[in-house]
Write a protein that binds this ligand. Structure first.
Ligand code: URP
Ligand code: ZN
Ligand code: ZN
Length: 462
C-alpha cells in the first residue's frame, strides 16, 4: 500500500478510546491505521509526536451570511470555514431558510450559491420549514441527501415561525420518510407578552440590554420543549432540540428518553461558558443571543448532562456573528439587538480547556460530542466522525502543551469582538486536514477557498 501522507507518532483519539498509531492517507481517504506505517519517497510525513490526533469536528448548527434582525450575519462560508478550520472543525451544517413565498427548492439554490466554490471545509444544511406548503417537499430533500428539517417556534417578525399544527404535521412526515425535525424551542405567545410588558421607555432606561435576558426566563424554553416532546411522542417523528440552554430542558429530555420518546438535544458552547451576568458589562448588549445565556445553575446542569448523562448529545456553536457596528443598531431598544454570537474559531478550544483540561470530560468525550455523535445523528456517520480506514481524511492535530490568549484580531471570524476575549485556551488546531488536504499547517490557515463539498447525508435507520 502506498500513502500520500502518513501522520506518525501521535495519540489517536476516538469517542471511546485512545491509542498510539500512525495514520495512512491516500487521496481524500484514510486507508490504514497501524504501527510504523512505511511510506515511499513521495509520501509526506506529518510528525504528530506528543500531540492529540482527533477526527475533524463537525459543527451542525451555524448561520453564515444569514439575513436576520434587519442585517446579515457577518461571517459567511469564506470567513466561517477559515475560522472553523483553525478551531479543528472540518464540516458545518447551516440552515437554508426560505424567504417570503419561497419554496425549499429556492432556499436550497440560495444556500448552494453561498457555499459552493467558497467554503474551505465540507458542508451541508438543514432545510427550514417556514410555511405549511414546505412540508410536501420533505420527501424529495430526504432522497437527495438533506434529511434534516428545522422549525422555529418564534421569529414571527422574520416570517419563520411554526405553530403546533405545522410541528405536528412535520413530525408525522419525517417519521414516514426517515427524516428528523430540528426545533428552536421557545414559547412564543408568553415571550411576546413578557417583551410587550418590558418594552416601555422607563424600563428600557432602567435595565437596558438586560431586558433581553429578563424577558426570557427558563420556563419559556421549558414549556416549549415539553410541548414539542409531546408531539414527538404521539407522532413518533424524530426530534432534535437545538441550542438547549436550561437545566429544566435537560430534565425534560432525560425523562422523555427514559420513556422511549425519540428526542435528542444539543447545547451550545455559550451556554456552557457564560451566564447572563455578562449583561452587566459595559457592552452587555453584545451578548444577546437566542435563547439567552442563562444562570450558573443551568451551566452546571448542562455540564453534568455531558459528564454523566445522555440528555445532551451534541455541542455546537449556533454561530451567527455580528460586528459591533451591527450590534449598535439596538440604540437602547432591547428588541432591536441583532441576536447571535461568533463561535467557530473557539468552540473546540473551549471544550478542550473547560472540559478536558479541567478533567470534567475526557478527550474521548470531546470527540464524541463534537465529531462522532454529530456525524451519526445528522447522517454522515458512514464517512465522517471517526479515524478509521475508509473514512474521509478529516483530521485535527492539537498540541496539548500550547495555550493561546484569545484576541479577536487574530481569529478568522469577521466579528470585531469575541465573547471569550482574553481567555487562555488550549485546543486550537496545529494541523487540520479536510479530505486529505491541508487547511491548517503549524497553526496557520493554508486551506483553499472552494475545497469544501456538499456532503450528502442519510439518517441511520433508512
Ligand atoms: O441568537 C441566535 N441564536 N441567532 C441565530 C438564530 C437562531 O435562533 O438560531
Ligand atoms: Zn434558534
Ligand atoms: Zn441557530
Amino acid at each position: 500500500m502506498t500513502y500520500d501522507k502518513i501522520i506518525t507518532g501521535g495519540t489517536v483519539h476516538s469517542d471511546t478510546s485512545s491509542f498510539k498509531a500512525d495514520i495512512g492517507i491516500k487521496g481524500e481517504t484514510i486507508v490504514a491505521i497501524g504501527a510504523d506505517l512505511k511510506g515511499t519517497a513521495k509520501t509526506e510525513i506529518i510528525n504528530a509526536r506528543g500531540k492529540d490526533v482527533i477526527p475533524g469536528c463537525i459543527d451542525v448548527h451555524v448561520h453564515l451570511a444569514l439575513p436576520f434582525c434587519g442585517t446579515v450575519s457577518c461571517d459567511d462560508f469564506d470567513s466561517g470555514s477559515r475560522a472553523a478550520a483553525c478551531g479543528c472543525i472540518t464540516m458545518v451544517c447551516d440552515f437554508a431558510i426560505p424567504g417570503k413565498d419561497q419554496t425549499l427548492e429556492d432556499a436550497h439554490r440560495t444556500w448552494l450559491k453561498k457555499s459552493k466554490g467558497i467554503s474551505a471545509i465540507d458542508f451541508s444544511w438543514h432545510m427550514a420549514i417556514t410555511n405549511k406548503r414546505h412540508i410536501k417537499e420533505i420527501p424529495a430533500f430526504v432522497e437527495r441527501g438533506l434529511p434534516t428539517f428545522k422549525e422555529f417556534m418564534i421569529y414571527e417578525s422574520e416570517g419563520w415561525n411554526s405553530d403546533d399544527a405545522m410541528l405536528y404535521a412535520t413530525l408525522e412526515k419525517v417519521r414516514r420518510h426517515n427524516g428528523m425535525l430540528l426545533l428552536h424551542a421557545e414559547s412564543p405567545r408568553v415571550l411576546d407578552l413578557l417583551i410587550e410588558r418590558a418594552h416601555t421607555p422607563a424600563k428600557m432606561k432602567k435595565h437596558g440590554a438586560r431586558l433581553h435576558a429578563m424577558t426570557r426566563p427558563n420556563f419559556i424554553e421549558a414549556e416549549a420543549i415539553e410541548r414539542a416532546v409531546h408531539w414527538c411522542d404521539v407522532t413518533g417523528g424524530r426530534l432534535y432540540i437545538v441550542h438547549m440552554s436550561t437545566g429544566e430542558g435537560c430534565d425534560i429530555i432525560r425523562n422523555a428518553q427514559s420513556r422511549g420518546v425519540p428526542v435528542l438535544a444539543e447545547t451550545c458552547i455559550q451556554y456552557l461558558t457564560m451566564t447572563d451576568e455578562r449583561f452587566k458589562e459595559k457592552d452587555g448588549h453584545l451578548y444577546a443571543c437566542c435563547p439567552q445565556i442563562k444562570k450558573a445553575a443551568d451551566v452546571k446542569r448542562l455540564w453534568e448532562a455531558l459528564e454523566y448523562g445522555n440528555e445532551v448529545s451534541v455541542i455546537s456553536t449556533d454561530t451567527c456573528s455580528f460586528t459591533r457596528e451591527q450590534k449598535a443598531m439596538w440604540e437602547g431598544d432591547f428588541t432591536k439587538i441583532p441576536m447571535g454570537l461568533p463561535g467557530l474559531d473557539t468552540m473546540v478550544p473551549l471544550v478542550y480547556t473547560h472540559g478536558v483540561r479541567t478533567g470534567r470530560l475526557t478527550i474521548n468525550d470531546l470527540v464524541r460530542y463534537c465529531s462522532t455523535a454529530p456525524a451519526i445523528i445528522m447522517g454522515m456517520g458512514h464517512r465522517k466522525g471517526r479515524i478509521e480506514p475508509g473514512y474521509d481524511a478529516d483530521i485535527a492535530i492539537i498540541d496539548p502543551k500550547r495555550t493561546v490568549k484569545v484576541d479577536w484580531k487574530r481569529l478568522q471570524s469577521r466579528s470585531d469582538w469575541s465573547p471569550w476575549q482574553g481567555e487562555e485556551l488550549g485546543g486550537f488546531a496545529h494541523t487540520t486536514l479536510c479530505r486529505g488536504e491541508y487547511l491548517v499547517k503549524s497553526h496557520r490557515f493554508v486551506g483553499k477557498r472552494g475545497h469544501g463539498k456538499l456532503i450528502p447525508r442519510m439518517l441511520p435507520g433508512a
